[in-house]
Design a protein around this ligand. Structure first.
Ligand SMILES: [Zn+2]
Length: 83
């Protein structure tokens, strides 16, 4: 009888379960601001509700400069438009 390499059970300590408090990893909370010259906390504004998603804009909390934007295709307003 051979040993089955796929039957290996790792010790419990091999896969530590770490608490997930940073669940918003897809959501930017800091971006580089060219006005301030460093990564800054940002405010997120809903600009437009488009058929293909919600258009958001990120602005620097310190100086208000635009530091980025994104289209959120699973936005909360999408259902309202369709409904
Ligand atoms: Zn700034």
């Amino acid at each position: 009888m051979k040993n089955n390499p796929f039957n290996f059970t790792p010790p419990a300590t091999a896969r530590p379960v770490k608490p997930r408090e940073d669940f918003g990893e897809l959501e930017a909370t800091e971006l580089y601001c060219s006005e301030c010259g460093y990564a800054v906390p940002i405010n997120k504004f809903l600009l437009l509700v488009l058929p293909d998603g919600d258009r958001y804009e990120y602005r620097c909390k310190h100086c208000g400069a635009k530091v980025g934007d994104k289209i959120d295709r699973s936005g909360q307003f999408y259902g309202i438009l369709k409904g």
